[in-house]
Design a protein around this ligand. Structure first.
Ligand code: F6P
Length: 491
């Protein structure tokens, strides 16, 4: 089984001559002001938290956009800071984006064009030439920062996500000796969907700058192969799972991402967790109640209104649970500059009010929405408290929340309701499957999960825990590094 030590071993044995540079838009640590003091928080991103565990093990440099209001105050020298702040293990290099850059590259092309294009959940992508131009410029800005970190050392650059479709090609053109690898954390759509993007050719050319390109699922790899074959003059080799174009090879493989299982298990088993659970029960009047939970950034891909509608149907259809069940939705607000996110935010508020005004009485509330940003340590007691966890994404590359819940159920109880349109569902086949487009099905499964025997649920949970424990973030990284070794051998 892969763990921190075995991964460290692999890195020392096979990659001791290389420096690692990880690149993402979202940084793993943000400095913010709280009560006049500077405080460090981790963002609401399962991806950043999982990769932080990895970087703490391998060491290296993480290049990301500074997004905390006190970030500039915290850096030294070349915009860098060693992290984690209380036990430094790797270097974080922050890049500063202007408001215009953030609007064009992050809110604009990344999240108004690529995000809806790849998620295919009926939000129309916005293709603005101005956003595209800024996206290109910001990819160039990241390329310059990365190249300035390389300094003639043998380097592996590990790029994260759809914010950087053009970066691999820019890096390879500037320095062909770099080993460039990218992981695309969101789905890759079919050719029929992708072809509407006016800059599809440039995006594919950019991505083929990678030596290795990873998706969560074979299905996404196949969509990518098909898209490339139909848009570019390139040869797809289905035996090698590689694309050849202009003398360059890009290997394309599925690597389902995961979490640091032990980190969540340790939080859940920590001494004060039971006290925190008791505090939550007290604060939300949950004494003696069954509890359901949703944990997501407020994003329209996550199926949150559908889930709340399901809770409404659940109380209608199974009135015996009125007064005996509460659904808590943790949902930090996200990307509020984008109109669809603003609308979603308002819709969630109004659904909460509507359901509560229909059923609530005395101290009991059927639905509680908590929008505050919580740290991982603060979320784990909610995972431990929840009899049922609902992950109802309309489409999701992976969904690490599902795996975090499973890892936190140290007593082996609890139940997971999981949308088949998440990458996680391919692995966690023991979950209760729910179609998020059919709230009645969610409601019925909520009832089933609450009524099923503890033995039935324990069997499902044990299988999921076993799977996630083995297929953890270190296993994920080892598989990617294993594939890179093949590439390094050919250098
Ligand atoms: O899972 C996809 C992803 O874009 C991650 O890369 C990111 O950390 C997460 O969603 C949160 O989004 P954002 O960084 O835009 O808040």
């Amino acid at each position: 089984m892969w763990n921190k030590d075995s991964l460290k071993d692999l890195v020392q044995k096979k990659f001791s001559d290389y420096q690692f540079i990880l690149v993402s838009n979202r940084e793993p640590y943000m400095h913010i002001y709280r009560g006049g003091e500077v405080e460090v928080i981790m963002p609401a991103s399962g991806m950043a938290i999982a990769l932080d565990s990895l970087m703490q093990t391998t060491g290296g440099t993480w290049v990301a956009a500074g997004s905390g209001e006190a970030d500039q105050e915290a850096v030294v020298g070349q915009d860098t800071i060693m992290v984690p702040p209380h036990n430094p293990k790797y270097k974080l290099r922050r890049l500063w984006l202007t408001r215009e850059e953030e609007n064009g590259y992050y809110y604009g092309f990344s999240n108004e064009a690529l995000w809806p294009l790849c998620h295919v959940c009926y939000a129309r992508p916005l293709f603005s030439p101005a956003h595209w131009e800024v996206y290109r410029q910001v990819n160039r800005k990241f390329a310059d920062a990365i190249l300035s970190e390389v300094r003639d050392r043998r380097t592996i650059v590990f790029i994260q996500d759809y914010h950087f479709a053009l970066l691999p090609q820019m890096l390879k053109e500037a320095d062909p000796r770099l080993i460039v690898c990218q992981f695309w954390h969101i789905p890759w759509p079919s050719f029929e969907v992708f072809r509407i993007c006016p800059w599809g050719t440039e995006i594919l050319e950019g991505l083929l700058g990678n030596d290795l390109l990873g998706f969560h699922l074979q299905y996404h790899c196949n969509n990518f192969f098909d898209t490339v074959e139909r848009i570019l003059e390139a040869r797809v080799d289905y035996e090698k799972y590689a694309i050849f174009r202009q003398g360059k090879e890009t290997r394309v493989r599925p690597f389902p991402i995961s979490i640091d299982f032990e980190r969540f298990e340790n939080f859940a088993a920590a001494e004060d967790t039971q006290a925190q659970i008791a505090q939550l029960r007290h604060r939300f009047n949950l004494s003696g109640l069954k509890v359901g939970l949703g944990v997501d950034r407020l994003d329209y891909t996550k199926g949150i209104p559908e889930r709340l509608e399901a809770v409404n149907i659940f109380f209608q259809k199974y009135p015996q649970y009125q007064g005996h069940f509460t659904f808590i939705q943790l949902g930090p607000v996200s990307r509020l500059n984008i109109p669809q996110y603003k609308q979603l935010n308002a819709l969630v508020d109004s659904l909460e009010v509507e359901i509560n005004s229909r059923y609530a009485y005395g101290r009991w509330k059927p639905v509680i929405v908590v929008k505050a940003h919580l740290s991982q340590e603060e979320i784990v007691p909610y995972y431990c408290l929840a009899d049922v966890m609902v992950v109802s994404s309309l489409h999701d590359g992976m969904n690490l929340v599902a795996k975090e819940y499973v890892a936190s159920r140290v007593n082996g109880d609890g139940a997971l309701l999981l949308s088949p349109f998440t990458g996680a569902a391919r692995e966690l086949s023991w979950a209760y499957s729910i179609n998020p487009f059919n709230p009645e099905e969610i409601a019925d499964n909520l009832y089933k999960a609450l009524e099923d025997s503890p033995e039935e649920k324990a069997v499902r949970m044990a299988s999921m825990r076993h799977w996630v424990r083995e297929h953890n973030i270190f296993f994920w990284a080892a598989r990617i590094l294993g594939d890179l070794i093949t590439g390094v051998g050919q250098e």
